[in-house]
Design a protein around this ligand. Structure first.
Ligand code: GAL
Length: 670
């Protein structure tokens, strides 16, 4: 399916800010020439252009944008047109202070920066709706415009009186009565009982700070406020042409909002990927971003867009390394291998001032095409042209599904137990993911709500599923009974959706399927370790060790030391037509590679390349082609299953081939 039906092609381009250059018409002319030279076919325009579009309240200036869009169109360059709500002009902040965000210390912020407005404020919403509608009326039918880029990286929350009232409304809807709220938030503890709705306010470090259930509700509420705001923006731009898809650029490891929920409000998922290449282990960086690519693809079960990436370096780390020669092509192929239909950058041209004046760009302050960055960008443009047959193709249905659940993430981060504030849910999911990714196996993600149909999968993994909700217990039980293989780990099924601890044996609702129950959760100090002893193997365990009892499960591995030495640590239980493993402690990563490697073999789960891949080389299938990528600093040999043609170089390859450091091949069987 084409994500941008008006222009069904891989998009190559990035954030373009002509509004910063209006006094330099010659630069704008030169931009078009350079874009063509760089094989750019689409740019995101107007993301932070509100002050240029509406310099005075109610007076729009579209003349400059008309010129820009017409010139781009004449040059064959498409436009991903932004709504400007990510940063507002000074006049609106001055005249309507209610648009300014109130922080967790209940301080109202001053004008400045971006992403810092109140998403509840009726004035803000009205002004955004008005300018979005005006933009839509003017440009929604322009042939150059192929996509709406709603705002920019929606994030954060506000605690102004308007938001407090909305929070109370949300809680009323969710719980029905104050009595129910008191019960779910367990307010008998520390005399926190509310006797009137007006007493309820958002959590804050200087107020209600310690109630995990309340914090999770605050995050749910913030997600809803943002989703509602997105729907408002979407309705405004769709009021003219509902056919033009909308996207919102999401972020990696984003914590504030539940992206599975938020993604329901947009047509196309896009995201901004900034791996920290050269900071130590590029393979680990690549795996974290590969996981996010798969997560983004899973949000709507369709391809996604890479909306931002740097062509060279960023400027917001303490140390901002340049991409080494070759890394740009390799890192641009990684998202494609996972289902991206674009390679877009932040930013097209470096500004002359502002905090991002030294952030990497396709065109630097020298203003020429004669730079390494420009040449490498052009070569990505050429690669995308060669890969055109792969446009809009999808990955084959994955057989492996990993649960990644935002509500569980919040619950683990807010709970005060075990390794407090250091539960590392996302890192743990990534460690499990990496075992498949490095083996060349495709993975989908689901959360508790979104896993309505597990039937396409043979293997489901639920790492650290502390909060069980959305009926996940029954979904997993019937998946196993029906013949699926489930892997769960420590901390499973301890609390419910309302944040209250499940009473009775845990993992809640899953003890029969798993054939075990949990007894104690031990947390280890840094530097301490235990051992998992499995037949003749021994594996190091750190951080979290759960003591469990095997009821009907077979014990595959036991603890090597401490007062629980000899007790089960790895079990498997036959249940119906399937089986369920339980891993009770956090193992060294090599164990996960061994364990899942065995499952992949036993279950016949397909890999992109049949042979063993050398360290650092990864393979991913998409549209019948195999992307072979070397993230290691050394070369490695790969044995090809069939003679293949590399779509990037048109070479035919067969047998044993050597992958150079940072090399990428896109192979099609011949
Ligand atoms: C993104 C943001 C861009 C730019 C970029 C710099 O998060 O959307 O506007 O700031 O980071 O890397």
């Amino acid at each position: 399916m084409a994500l941008t039906p008006r222009f069904p092609a891989f998009l190559h381009g990035g954030d373009y800010n002509p509004d910063q250059w209006l006094k330099y018409p010659e630069v704008l002319e030169e931009d078009i020439r350079l874009m063509q030279a760089a094989k750019v076919n689409c740019v995101s325009v107007g993301i932070f252009a509100w002050a240029a579009l509406e310099p005075v309240e109610g007076e729009y200036d579209f003349a400059w944008l008309d010129r820009v869009i017409d010139r781009l169109w004449a040059a064959g360059i498409r436009v991903d047109l932004a709504t400007p709500s990510g940063a507002r002009p000074a006049w609106i902040a001055q005249k309507y202070p209610e648009v300014l965000r109130v922080d967790e210390y209940f301080r109202r912020h001053h004008f400045g920066g971006r992403h810092n407005h109140c998403l509840t404020s009726p004035v803000y919403r009205e002004k955004v709706r008005a300018i979005d509608t005006a933009l839509a009326e003017r440009y929604a039918s322009h042939p150059a415009v192929i996509l709406w880029h709603l705002s920019n990286e929606y994030s954060g929350d506000c605690r102004c009186p308007l938001c407090q009232e909305k929070f109370r409304e949300y809680l009323r809807r969710r719980y029905g009565s104050l009595e129910a709220l008191n019960e779910h938030w367990w307010t008998g503890f520390w005399s926190m009982k509310y006797t009137d709705w007006s007493q309820v306010e958002s959590p804050s470090p200087i107020g209600q700070d310690a109630n995990p259930a309340m914090w999770v509700d605050w995050r749910r509420f913030s997600t809803q406020q943002c989703k509602d705001f997105i729907l408002m923006e979407k309705a405004a731009v769709h009021s003219v042409n509902p056919e033009l898809p909308v996207t919102a650029n999401l972020m990696q490891r984003f914590w504030d909002y539940d992206y599975f929920d938020l993604a329901e409000a947009i047509d196309v998922v896009s995201w901004d990927s900034y791996p920290l290449w050269g900071s130590g282990n590029d393979l680990v960086q690549a795996s974290e971003h590969a996981m996010t690519h798969d997560l983004m693809r899973s949000l709507k079960g369709q391809n996604f867009l890479l909306m931002e990436s740097t062509p060279s370096q960023v400027n917001w780390h303490a140390v901002n390394r340049m991409k080494k020669p070759g890394m740009h092509l390799l890192s641009s192929m990684l998202p494609l291998a996972h289902g991206a239909d674009s390679v877009m950058y932040f930013q097209w041209r470096k500004g002359r001032g502002g905090s991002e004046m030294f952030h990497g760009a396709v065109v630097g302050h020298d203003g020429t095409a004669d730079t390494r960055t420009f040449r490498e960008v052009r070569s990505v443009g050429e690669a995308l042209e060669k890969l055109a047959p792969l446009y809009a193709t999808e990955k084959k249905q994955a057989r492996v599904c990993i649960l990644y659940d935002w509500q569980n993430l919040w619950a683990l981060d807010y709970a005060q137990f075990a390794r407090k504030g250091d539960m590392r849910y996302t890192e743990t999911v990534n460690a499990h993911y990496r075992a498949f990714w490095q083996a060349g196996v495709s993975v989908d993600f689901r959360d508790c709500r979104a896993c309505t149909d597990l039937s396409p999968y043979s293997l489901v993994i639920a790492p650290m599923l502390f909060m069980t909700h959305g009926g996940i217990e029954e979904k997993l039980n019937s998946f196993v009974r029906g013949g699926g293989t489930l892997v769960m780990t420590y901390c499973a099924g301890m609390i419910g959706e309302d944040g209250l601890a499940w009473q009775g044996r845990t993992p809640h609702g899953l003890t029969e399927t798993l054939g075990i129950h949990a007894l104690e959760l031990d947390a280890l100090f840094d530097g301490d370790a235990n051992t998992l002893i499995r037949e003749r193997d021994q594996w190091r365990l750190t951080r979290l060790c759960e003591v469990i009892e095997a009821d009907t499960a077979q014990v595959l591995g036991r603890y090597g030391s401490d007062y629980y030495a000899g007790q089960p640590c790895l079990t498997v239980n036959a249940c119906g037509a399937g089986k369920a493993y339980y891993l009770a402690a956090e193992p060294e990563e090599a164990f996960l590679h061994r364990f899942y490697g065995e499952l992949i073999r036993e279950m016949g789960i397909p890999k992109a390349i049949g042979s063993q891949l050398p360290d650092g080389v990864v393979a991913q299938e998409r549209g019948g082609a195999v992307f072979l990528m070397n993230f290691a600093p050394s070369s490695g040999d790969v044995l090809l299953d069939h003679p293949c043609r590399d779509l990037l170089t048109d070479r035919t390859l067969s047998g044993k081939i050597t992958m150079n450091p940072l090399e990428v091949l896109v192979l099609e069987k011949v």
